[in-house]
Ligand binder design. Structure first.
Ligand SMILES: Cc1ncc(C[n+]2csc(CCOP(=O)(O)OP(=O)(O)O)c2C)c(N)n1
Ligand SMILES: [Mg+2]
Length: 580
């Protein structure tokens, strides 16, 4: 352990060096003046530095850092231009915040000096008008920490503080503003402890008393059920969840999954809960174990019976940054999920008769078979229709998935049909639901996993929100080929369903075409990807879809080019919802 000194010329170069030394590898978005200058110098001299990725829109930068972290557990840096760039990135920051994704967001702030002779002083109109009284206030509610770098003495301390706060559980983005003249300030060197001495990693163990209470409840339960949204963030937690399900024969539901939480082929996998949906297993349960889930059910749809006992397990099972959340918690387990789940699995195995667990598993298997048979019938029927349904489109996507694919889905895929099996092979949107996340997140996943083939499924609405030209550009320029599948139902079906849910017999419900829901025109989405040298195709007929997807996949796999399959789908039924 020792202080090391790194020769630099400016404060901007020092920030880059410190980020590199601390293991950050990417700077998504762009770079502020003197950091850009330093990257140019390093590239010219062959020195090691961060890989800068220009993203034509800021939202792409934030979602790429999000996807990269989700795939690797390694926080990255993002750069935003001042207040205006921050405003463009805010939706992505909200997504990252609610998904507890650490990243260091660096934003320019207007130079303070207006005086001649100061390098970096204000000399463009925008540098007055872009300044705000409190730039951090723009994002403060959704970052864990914001700070303005004020002098060069603080460099190591500030970068280490930023990374320490971002990566301490519950993790999240942090925001650092940097004035231009400070970045340009000449300095000879920057020093840092190597390795760093601000370790934060450590597993939080659950309170043993609460573990005993949870095991008592689970062992005595007659109708127990587990529900999770984010257990699969950590592969070890997913494995421990399997061990627990096996030990007790407990059924597992996924509530709007964000990760591959539980093997879909496991006999205990009972299915999914998406927006507005209800599940009989939850209504009937006497004990519910909630694992890393902010919204495990919808009380407004089916109130949980008074007698049901609820255990909530998570690194922050109270979701303290949510203004309102009223799910009952009889037993809190505030802990690293893998650690707590392993404890529960071991203790439940001692307490639950293996014959009881086996009987439960057999019952789950029976019900799964019935559900699967109904799905298979629907798939067979839809395969014969001319128009394409979401069910058939999901089945065709399922046929593309294999050991080396990763699915990044912003809602349209029916996970009952197309959920990937392997750990780490599925990423879904943050429960904040800021649309436009998946395409750029998929680019981040692809940057992190060059050997994987990344398939990104989006609604036509979500595709527009992603600023697709920005994402297609990055895909081409950074050689990050993806298969993007656009499920085009002509607009915002989810909004239509919300209106019907609130006003089932209202004026809008009587109309064939609801206002402000249909895009009202056919768009030729393949032309967008073609502008970036990718392959695009529109498919109208069900029987043409498998071959179209296979061809597009070939383009991605064999030619290393991006591809887009535009599926013109029939409107989904009002009951089918998989949105937040
Ligand atoms: C940034 C953002 N704007 C608006 C919304 C509200 N919203 C939720 S779902 C939805 C429609 C999405 O359309 P699409 O992706 O085509 O899916 P569909 O509803 O048609 O299945 C909208 C506008 C949102 N979640 N995020
Ligand atoms: Mg749509």
């Amino acid at each position: 352990m020792a202080k090391q000194t790194f020769p630099v010329e400016t404060v901007g170069e020092a920030i880059l060096e410190l980020l590199r030394v601390r293991g950050v590898t990417y700077l998504f978005g762009g770079a502020p003046t003197s950091m850009l200058e330093a990257i140019a110098k390093k590239n010219a001299q062959g020195g090691e530095t961060l890989r800068g990725v220009i993203t034509p829109h800021e939202q792409t930068a934030v979602a790429m850092a999000h996807g990269y972290y989700a795939a690797t557990g390694e926080p990255q840096a993002v750069y935003l231009y001042s207040t205006v760039g921050t405003a463009n990135a805010l939706g992505g920051i909200i997504n990252a915040s609610r998904s507890r994704i650490p990243m260091i967001v660096i934003a320019a702030r207007s130079p303070i000096s207006e005086r001649p002779g100061v390098v970096g002083a204000r000399d463009i109109h925008v540098l007055w008008a872009q300044e705000s009284f409190d730039q951090g206030a723009l994002v403060r509610e959704f970052v864990k920490w914001d700070y303005e770098l004020r002098n060069a003495d603080q460099l190591e301390a500030v970068i280490d503080r930023a990374l320490e706060v971002a990566t301490a559980e519950p993790c999240g983005p942090v925001y650092l503003t940097v004035p231009r003249e400070l970045l340009a300030q000449s300095i000879d060197s920057v020093s840092a402890d190597v390795p760093g001495r601000r370790a934060v990693a450590g597993k939080r163990h659950p309170d043993p008393q609460r573990v005993t209470e949870a095991v008592e409840l689970l062992a005595a339960a007659t109708k127990p059920v587990i529900i999770t949204s984010e257990a699969g963030r950590d592969v070890a937690a997913r494995d421990a969840l399997v061990a627990l399900a096996d030990a007790g024969g407990f059924g597992v539901l996924e509530a709007s999954p964000v990760y591959a939480n539980f093997p879909p082929s496991h006999p205990c996998h009972l299915g999914y809960v998406f927006a507005s949906q209800t599940r009989q297993e939850l209504a009937e349960a006497d004990v519910v174990l909630v694992v890393e889930s902010d919204v495990p059910w919808f009380e407004a749809r089916v109130p949980m019976p008074e007698s049901t006992r609820v255990i909530q397990l998570g690194i922050d099972p109270f979701y303290q940054r949510y203004p309102m959340r009223s799910f009952r918690c009889d037993v809190p387990l505030v802990a690293d999920p893998a650690t707590a789940l392993r404890d529960l699995a071991r203790l439940v195995a001692d307490r639950v008769d293996p014959a009881v667990a086996s009987r439960r598993i057999a019952a789950h298997e029976k019900r799964r078979k019935v559900d699967r048979a109904a799905l298979d019938r629907a798939i067979r029927q839809d395969a014969r229709k001319r128009g394409i349904t979401f069910t058939w489109a999901s089945e065709c996507v399922a046929q593309l998935l294999s050991d080396d694919t990763v699915l990044v889905n912003e809602y349209p895929v029916d996970l009952r049909i197309a959920a990937p099996q392997a750990a780490g092979s599925y990423f879904g949107p943050s429960h904040a639901g800021g649309l436009g996340w998946a395409f750029a997140a998929a680019l981040g996943v692809r940057a992190a996993r060059p050997k994987s083939v990344v398939v990104c499924t989006v609604g036509d609405g979500a595709y527009h929100y992603a600023v697709p030209t920005s994402c297609h550009h990055v895909s081409a320029a950074e050689k990050l080929p993806l298969l993007v599948v656009v499920f085009d139902n002509g607009g915002w079906n989810e909004v239509r369903k919300s209106v019907l849910s609130v006003h089932p017999n209202g004026w809008a419900a009587k109309l064939d075409r609801m206002p402000l829901v249909d895009f009202g025109r056919e768009t030729h989405y393949p032309k967008i990807v073609e502008a970036f040298d990718g392959y695009g195709v529109t498919v109208h007929d069900a029987d043409e879809l498998p071959a179209a997807l296979a061809r597009a996949m070939q383009v991605v796999r064999n030619e290393g080019r991006q591809a887009l399959v535009h599926i013109v789908c029939r409107p989904t039924g009002a009951g089918e919802s998989n949105k937040e």
